[in-house]
Design a protein around this ligand. Structure first.
Ligand code: URA
Length: 191
């Protein structure tokens, strides 16, 4: 019997916890009394947004994209007309990456690669129609680092769309809404 997405995801998350505990990054969770951050949103999302790694708010609360970047992502979700049951959000690295000075830093290639088998298993469990890669780390995880903003491509049975990370738009005082145009078209085709 085929398991449903939620059952499959719960199993993958259990395995991921054991995998995560064996990595040096896990010390950040212990030192900050934080969390391994999985996904939020629907377990059978049609549209799956994939970001980089948790920040301080996400580490504290155990949910991805709930800080400033998350607020902009929520605006994009509204702009795209997605309902709660339509979308999910996750990261390619589930633990906050910190520098020696305890500042947020981007995850390394090694960290992304270490978690990739579980990133892939989670994507397979959710089985989305469209994956939205948020920034270079997410694109790199899937070998799509050459994608340009607004571009789409095929990935197995899924369509992929690339857009800069919400933090990039925030840094530039922009909303990024016009870069969503091709994603909007894609979602209309899928309706
Ligand atoms: N940036 C990310 O890439 N992911 C989060 O969960 C928060 C900020």
């Amino acid at each position: 019997m085929e398991l449903d997405s939620s059952t499959k995801l719960a199993k993958v998350r259990e395995e991921l916890i054991e995998h995560a505990k064996k990595h040096a990054l896990y010390k950040n969770v212990l030192d900050t009394k934080g969390h391994i951050v999985f996904g939020r949103g629907s377990d059978s999302a049609k549209v799956l947004f994939i970001g980089e790694a948790p920040g301080f708010s996400e580490n504290e609360q155990g949910k991805p994209f709930i800080g400033r970047s998350g607020k902009l992502l929520d605006e994009w979700v509204r702009e795209l007309g997605l309902k709660t049951q339509d979308y999910g959000v996750m990261n390619v690295v589930p633990i906050i990456p910190l520098s020696i000075e305890k500042k947020i830093r981007p995850p390394t290639e090694e960290e992304i690669a270490y978690f990739l088998p579980y990133t892939t298993k989670m994507v397979e469990a959710i089985n989305p129609e469209v994956i939205v890669l948020l920034g270079k780390s997410a694109a790199r995880a899937f070998g799509k680092e050459n994608m340009k903003v607004g571009e789409t491509c095929d990935f197995l049975k899924t369509r992929m769309f690339f857009i800069y990370h919400p933090a990039y738009y925030l840094r530039n005082g922009a909303k990024g809404t016009s870069d969503l145009a091709n994603l909007k078209k894609l979602l209309l085709e899928k309706k």
